[in-house]
Write a protein that binds this ligand. Structure first.
Ligand code: GDG
Length: 737
C-alpha cells in the first residue's frame, strides 16, 4: 500500500535519558501540534531529527533510541552537534529565518553554514530515498528543508512531493538578497505542490520564481522543464475540538482538582474582580514583537492611567534557540523591560506584568487561555500564529477579545479580532482600551463567527485539502499531458509516413519551427529551416501547409516563392503554391477601432509592449515588458476586453506573451479542415506550440498525429520539448521521402 511520509527538521517528540532509561514525550510548537493529528490519521511515517545529537546518545543506547522513535511511527535522521550548529542554528536560524521574516539586519551569510545546510538536506534525502517506494507521497515541512524536494525528485521522479512553508515567503526584493536564492528556489521546485499559509506568500514566491528563474506559467501553475508545479495557499488550522474540549474539561473540574496555576488564577480573580488579565504567549523570538508589546503596554498605561491596577499582562515566553546571539540579546532586553515596568508601576496590591520564561504543560496553557479576558498577540511578522486561533477556540462561553497583529498570517482569516499594526503603540493602546470596554454581546458575536470558521477549517481539513490538492496535481499530469514522443513512437510515425500514399502536414511557425524573438520580424527562417521545408514539399505525395497567426506580409516575404501552402491570420487567408491569396472567410472589421484604442491605452502604461495590426485581428505583444508587469497588465486587459467583446462576434486568444482579438469562429482548426475536405490522406500530421494550435489538434481526425512543442495542458497526442526537437522530427520525415 502506498504510504505518506512526513518530513520535518524535528520529530514531534522529545527524548530524555536518565540512568540509561528513555523517556519519550510529545514536543511543543506550531508544526508539531498541527501535524500530530495528520500523522495519526494517515498512519504515516515521520522522518526528522530526534532532538538528541549523536554525541548526546550514550554509547550502546543508539538501538534503544531508534526503537523508541520507531514506536511513535518515526524515523530519526542522526545529526551531530556540529551539524546542528551550522545547519540549524546557523543557516536555518541565522539566515533563512530572519530574512524570510524581513529582519534583513539580522541575516548572516556564511558559506560554512550553507555547506552544512546542503549536506544535512542531503542526509535527510538519503534516509527518505532509502524508504520511499513508487506511488508514495512525501510531505516536507518548512524552511530547514528547502533543498530536500529537489534532492528526492531527482532520484525518485515517480514520488509525489508536497512542500509546506510555515513561515512567510518574503517579497522578491527581500528574497533576492540571498546569495543562494537560485538553489533554494530550485530545491523547492522539486515539489509537485508548494503550500503557503496566505495568498501573499504564494504570490511572493511565484514572483521570485518568475524573476529569478524565468519560469512562467498560468495563474498558480508553473511549467518547469516539463513538470507542472502548483503553488497554493492553505491557511493552517488547529485541532479545534482538542482545545475546546480541554477548556470544557477544565471548567467541569471541581476547584480542588484543578491545576495549581488555575487555582491561583481563580483565587486572584475572586479577590480582584475588577482586574482584567491580558494574555501574551509566544516562543521567545524577535519576530513575535515581545519587546514592542511591552512598550505598547507601557504606552497604554501612560495614555489611559484610569486603568492602572485594572489590568495585568500575563506574559509567557517559551525559551527558544537560546544559543543564537540575537535571541540572547532579545532575552536581556525583555528581562530589562519587564523589570523596569514592574519597578515603575507596581503597587503593593498590583504587579502590571506576570512574566513566565518557561514552557508549560498543555493543561496550564489551557488555564492561561481560559483565564485571560484579552489576548494581545502582536508579532512583527508571523507565518500564521496558531496561539491566536487556540485562544479563540478555548473561549467556551464565547467571551473574550483577541487583539491581533495584521502582520500575522492569521489576521487574514480573523478579521473579527481587533487587528492592529504592531509598530503603532497608539493603535495598540486604543485596542486594549476597546477590548476592556467591549460589551459582552459584541464579544460573543465576534467570537461566534471566529469559532465557526476555526471549527470548519480545522487542522484536519487543512491537511486533507493539502493532500487532495497533491493528488490532483497527479491527475492533472495524467489527464492533460500528452505522451512524450519517444524514439519508439517516432519509429512508428516514420513507418506510417512511409506507407502513406498521400500525406498532409500542418506546421505552426513561431515557437514550433523558430524560437521566439523580442520582435516578430526577427524570428525569420534560416537556411536550415528552408532546407527542411523544401525537402518535405518536394515530395509529390506531400501537401505541406504552414499555418500561423502571422499576417500575409511576413509570409509573403519569407515564403512567397515556395512550393507549399500558407494559411495566415489563424485561418483568414490561404495561399496555395503559385496562386494569389484568397480569403477563406469574409469578415467585418468595424470593431477594430474600439479595441485598438483600448490596447493603445495598455501600451502607453506598459513599457516594452506594442501593437501588431493584422487585416482581421489586433495583437498586443508583451514579451519585451517586465515579466511581472506584463502578466499583470495582460490579465487586466483580458478582463477589460472580456466585457467589451460581449456584443461583438469576437474571440480573445491568449498566445505566448500575446493577446489577440479576432473575429470568432476563425481558427486554425477550421481552416485546416477546409484542406482535408473531399480528400483522402493516409498520413495527417499537425504540430504547434501554443493555445491557438489547440484548435488544430482538436479538429484533426482521430488518426492524425498531433504534436505539441512544450509541456503544457494540451489536446495533442504527443509532446516534444523544443524547436530543435521539432526540426529534428521534420528532418527525419523528409529523409523518409
Ligand atoms: C511556526 C510559525 C506558524 C507555545 N507555548 C507552549 C505551547 N505552545 C504551542 C502553542 C502553539 C505553538 O506552540 C506555537 O505556534 P505558533 O503558530 O504561534 O508559532 P511558531 O512556533 O513560531 O510556529 C508560525 C506555525 O509555525 C504553524 O505553521 O503559525 O507562524 O512561526 O500551538 O499552543 N504549548 C505548550 N506549552 C507551552 O508553553 N504545551
Amino acid at each position: 500500500m502506498n504510504k505518506l511520509i512526513i518530513v520535518s527538521n524535528r520529530l514531534p517528540l522529545q527524548i530524555s535519558i536518565e540512568n540509561e532509561e528513555l523517556n519519550v514525550s510529545p514536543s511543543v510548537g506550531g508544526l508539531a501540534t498541527g501535524m500530530k493529528s495528520v500523522h495519526e490519521a494517515y498512519q504515516s511515517q515521520w522522518v526528522g531529527w530526534s532532538g538528541l545529537t549523536e554525541e548526546q546518545i550514550p554509547k550502546g543506547l543508539e538501538k534503544k533510541v531508534e526503537e523508541a522513535v520507531k514506536k511513535e511511527g518515526c524515523v530519526a535522521v542522526p545529526l551531530t552537534e556540529e551539524e546542528m550548529e551550522l545547519y540549524y542554528f546557523g543557516f536555518s536560524n541565522k539566515t533563512i529565518w530572519p530574512l524570510f521574516h524581513y529582519f534583513t539586519q539580522f541575516t548572516e551569510f556564511s558559506q560554512e553554514n550553507w555547506d552544512a545546510y546542503k549536506a544535512v538536506n542531503q542526509k535527510f534525502a538519503d534516509v527518505i530515498i532509502g524508504m520511499v517506494e513508487k506511488g508514495d507521497k512525501v510531505w516536507v515541512h518548512d524552511y530547514q528543508l528547502l533543498l530536500l524536494p529537489k534532492m528526492i525528485k531527482e532520484k525518485c521522479p515517480d514520488v509525489s512531493i508536497g512542500f509546506f512553508l510555515h513561515i512567510p515567503f518574503p517579497s522578491f526584493e527581500v528574497f533576492r538578497i540571498l546569495p543562494w536564492r537560485t538553489e533554494l528556489l530550485e530545491g523547492m521546485l522539486g515539489s509537485d505542490l508548494i503550500g503557503f499559509h496566505t495568498f501573499d506568500y504564494e504570490r511572493h514566491f511565484l514572483s521570485s520564481v518568475r524573476r529569478i528563474l524565468g519560469f512562467d506559467g498560468s495563474f498558480n501553475e508553473l511549467n518547469v522543464n516539463g513538470r507542472i508545479i502548483k503553488a497554493e495557499s492553505f491557511p493552517m488550522g488547529i485541532d479545534y475540538d482538542h482545545f475546546f474540549d480541554a477548556a470544557m474539561d477544565q471548567q467541569r473540574k471541581s476547584i480542588k482538582d484543578r491545576s495549581k496555576i488555575q487555582q491561583e488564577l481563580s483565587k486572584y480573580q475572586l479577590m480582584s474582580p475588577e482586574v482584567k488579565l491580558i494574555l501574551s504567549i509566544d516562543r521567545l523570538d524577535y519576530t513575535k514583537g515581545i519587546a514592542h508589546r511591552l512598550r505598547a503596554f507601557e504606552h497604554f498605561l501612560k495614555k489611559y492611567p484610569q486603568f492602572l491596577e485594572k489590568v495585568t499582562l500575563v506574559m509567557l515566553a517559551v525559551p527558544s534557540r537560546a544559543s543564537v546571539e540575537h535571541y540572547q540579546m532579545m532575552k536581556s532586553e525583555i528581562d530589562e523591560l519587564v523589570g523596569r515596568l514592574n519597578g515603575e508601576y507596581s503597587t503593593i496590591n498590583w504587579t502590571p506584568i506576570w512574566y513566565f520564561y518557561r514552557s508549560l504543560p498543555f493543561e496550564n496553557l489551557i488555564d492561561l487561555y481560559t483565564s485571560c479576558e484579552i489576548a494581545l498577540l502582536t508579532p512583527i511578522r508571523d507565518g500564521m500564529n496558531l496561539v491566536a486561533k487556540e485562544y479563540v477556540a478555548t473561549r467556551i462561553d464565547q467571551k473574550g477579545v483577541l487583539i491581533l497583529s495584521e502582520m500575522a498570517g492569521a489576521a487574514k482569516e480573523m478579521s473579527e479580532a481587533l487587528v492592529i499594526n504592531p509598530n503603532n503603540n497608539d493603535e495598540i493602546a486604543d485596542a486594549i482600551k476597546t477590548a476592556i470596554l467591549m460589551p459582552e454581546e459584541e464579544q460573543i458575536s465576534r467570537n461566534t463567527l471566529l469559532q465557526d470558521r476555526l471549527k470548519r477549517y480545522n487542522v484536519a481539513r487543512w491537511a486533507s485539502d493539502f493532500m487532495n490538492s497533491l493528488n490532483k496535481t497527479e491527475e492533472l499530469k495524467n489527464r492533460f499531458l500528452a505522451k512524450k514522443l519517444t524514439s519508439k513512437i517516432e519509429e512508428k510515425i516514420l513507418e506510417k509516413y512511409k506507407s502513406a500514399k498521400k500525406r498532409i502536414i500542418f506546421l505552426d511557425y513561431d515557437g514550433t519551427l523558430v524560437g521566439f524573438k523580442n520582435k516578430p520580424e526577427d524570428a525569420r527562417p534560416d537556411e536550415e529551416l528552408y532546407k527542411i521545408l523544401d525537402k518535405l514539399s518536394s515530395d509529390s505525395k506531400n501537401e505541406l501547409v504552414l499555418i500561423s497567426g502571422r499576417d500575409r506580409e511576413f509570409f509573403n516575404k519569407w515564403f512567397g516563392d515556395k512550393n507549399f501552402s500558407l494559411i495566415v491570420e489563424h485561418g483568414v487567408w490561404l495561399r496555395k503554391p503559385n496562386e494569389e491569396w484568397k480569403l477563406i472567410e469574409q469578415m467585418e472589421t468595424g470593431w477594430m477601432e474600439t479595441i485598438r484604442s483600448v490596447m493603445q491605452f495598455y501600451i502607453d502604461r506598459t513599457p516594452g509592449t506594442f501593437l501588431e495590426e493584422k487585416n482581421y485581428s489586433l495583437v498586443w505583444h508583451y514579451r519585451k515588458a517586465d515579466p511581472e508587469l506584463g502578466k499583470q497588465r495582460a490579465n487586466e486587459l483580458k478582463d477589460e476586453l472580456g466585457s467589451l467583446i460581449a456584443n461583438h462576434n469576437l474571440d480573445i486568444l491568449e498566445g505566448s506573451k500575446v493577446i489577440e482579438v479576432k473575429n470568432s469562429g476563425i481558427n486554425k482548426g477550421r481552416a485546416a479542415l477546409t484542406r482535408l475536405k473531399n480528400k483522402e490522406f493516409g498520413f495527417i500530421f499537425g504540430i504547434g506550440d501554443d493555445w491557438t494550435d489547440e484548435f488544430l489538434f482538436k479538429s484533426l481526425p482521430k488518426e492524425a498525429i498531433t504534436v505539441k512543442v512544450g509541456i503544457m495542458n494540451t489536446q495533442a497526442r504527443y509532446y516534444i520539448e523544443s524547436v530543435d526537437e521539432s526540426r529534428d522530427l521534420l528532418r527525419k520525415l523528409g529523409d523518409c521521402s
